[in-house]
Design a protein around this ligand. Structure first.
Ligand code: EPZ
Length: 454
């Protein structure tokens, strides 16, 4: 993987000059939530996988380290990863690498179905919720696994002396993205047919199915309510390009609406963002779609209600950025988070900036105000961090954002892209930390943004 730099993110911050305007075209990176599961899926074959358009993110580096720890050979050629899983020798994921990267749990399905066993630490909860895994576990048991949890490690083994899982009919209680992906990977090498009812329909799940079918899998109706997987004996290598990140694209569109700016985001797959562009239009922005690009002209900001939902509904990952937009809308709005139980961590800081938001459990009622004021801001998860940075750009006066260890997990060169669109934003590091760790001379913000967390 790309050479890891020591983590400086805790001693770094972004200085944001408010009342900014965005202008121009922003290049959208490959989707984090697709690249992560495609890396896990590479465990299903003995042959080389070439992944293109992989974003440079700390979560991707962590997943790469997990694969390397299993014996996978990874060659990082900028946004292209060559993955060679021929010499996998270990089936246990190491706790210290897995901790804090929920997507690593999705490896359990691939390891179990390929090697007959797997040991994966329980994924911890995080700032947005408890993040349970019973849908993954129950599905694997239905496919013929014995699973028990010992000292925080999920130990899975194919039942009896069989060397293959067996196809079955699974109905998910909730359309979990991760559980759908885990079970698709497990079923791809099982004996016979598996159906997954109430499956997640997210584009990242569909991207996984596209890559697996390129590898020789037989998966039908991805993106529909019931996915069908006919198990095969083996999967081959392939070359696959990661789809564009719809959440990154939506974040920039929302930032443009919030600053009454005109920008274009590209490449995107427009229908991946339909729920978001519809809401931005309802709120008063002008949206133009041309091929693989979406242009927005922020004109006015009317208060609109959103309720997050599984795809194709409004994505939970854009709830926080959209809330930031609604703080300065004309009129009232209601934001309802239905996916995660604790994903309103940005509200209290938005209120301290001058927003008027009343929160009742997962429902925020917002009365739009004329302006909010800059201040010191601390992100608590990936998407609330993006929301607070948008708030800093909207605000009157300067803000400092802390919590880059969250931001750099999911947004590639976020502040550089904003700077290229005309926003005055600087990544700062306190000089002593910089020199103490062997870097000489005054840090330049362009260099700093290449410093990534371990
Ligand atoms: C994926 O998480 C994404 N992460 C999340 O993106 C995204 O917010 C989420 O899907 C929803 O779209 C990756 O793909 C790596 P879920 P995942 O299982 O799979 C409940 C970001 O910011 N649930 O669809 O963990 C769960 O508690 C991240 O990029 C169960 O109850 O999400 C939650 O309430 C954040 N039991 C809901 O389902 C289970 O066994 C959705 O979770 C599994 C999930």
């Amino acid at each position: 993987m790309r050479k890891q730099k020591k983590s400086y993110l805790k001693s770094q911050n972004l200085k944001i000059f408010g009342q900014g305007k965005l202008n121009g075209i922003v290049q959208i990176s490959g989707a984090k939530n697709s690249a992560l599961v495609l890396l896990a899926a590479s465990l299903l074959t003995n042959e080389k996988i070439i992944l293109e358009n992989v974003p440079f993110l700390t979560d991707i580096e962590k997943m790469g380290n997990i694969l390397k720890n299993l014996g996978v050979d990874l060659v990082d050629k900028n946004s292209q990863l060559e993955i060679n899983p021929t010499n996998i020798s270990i089936k246990e994921l190491p706790y210290e690498l897995v901790n804090g990267l929920r997507a690593s749990f999705f490896c359990i399905g691939a390891l179990l179905t390929k090697f007959g066993e797997a040991q994966v630490p329980l994924p911890g909860g995080c700032n947005i919720g408890s993040r349970p895994i019973e849908e993954h576990i129950n599905g694997l048991i239905a496919l013929g696994a014995d699973i028990f949890i010992e000292e925080g490690i999920v130990k899975a083994k194919i039942r009896g002396n069989k060397n293959k899982l067996h196809g079955t009919h699974i109905k998910l209680n909730c359309p979990s993205v991760g559980a759908t992906e885990t079970l698709i990977m497990a079923a791809s090498l099982a004996e016979g047919r598996t159906t997954i009812k109430n499956a997640a329909r997210e584009p990242e799940v569909q991207d996984l199915c596209q890559m697996l079918n390129k590898m020789g899998a037989k998966i039908y109706d991805s993106g529909k309510e019931t996915i069908i997987i006919d198990g095969v004996n083996k999967l081959s290598g392939c070359t696959h390009k990661v789809i564009p990140d719809r959440i990154e694209a939506g974040t920039f569109l929302i930032a443009a609406a919030a600053t009454s700016s005109s920008i274009t985001v590209s490449p995107v797959i427009p229908h991946h963002l339909e729920a978001v562009t519809n809401k931005l239009q309802e709120s008063g922005s002008k949206i133009t779609i041309k091929g693989n690009s979406i242009s927005i002209k922020g004109i006015e900001i009317k208060g609109v209600d959103i309720e997050t939902a599984p795809f194709p509904g409004f994505p939970t990952d854009l709830q926080a950025p959209f809330t930031a937009l609604m703080t300065i809308a004309n009129g009232e709005s209601k934001i309802t988070e239905t996916i995660f139980e604790n994903r309103m961590n940005h509200i209290h800081l938005l209120n301290r900036m001058g927003a008027r938001i009343s929160l009742n459990k997962n429902v925020a009622h917002i009365k739009g105000v004329k302006k909010i004021s800059g201040m010191n801001l601390v992100g608590s998860d990936l998407r609330s961090s993006a929301a607070l940075i948008i708030a800093g750009i909207i605000a009157k006066g300067r803000s400092k954002f802390y919590g880059l260890e969250h931001l750099d997990r999911g947004y590639e060169n976020f502040e550089l892209k904003l700077k290229n669109l005309g926003i005055k934003i600087i990544r700062e590091i306190n000089k002593s930390t910089f020199e103490k760790n062997g870097y000489k001379g005054k840090p330049k913000s362009e260099d700093l943004s290449k410093l990534k967390a371990a």
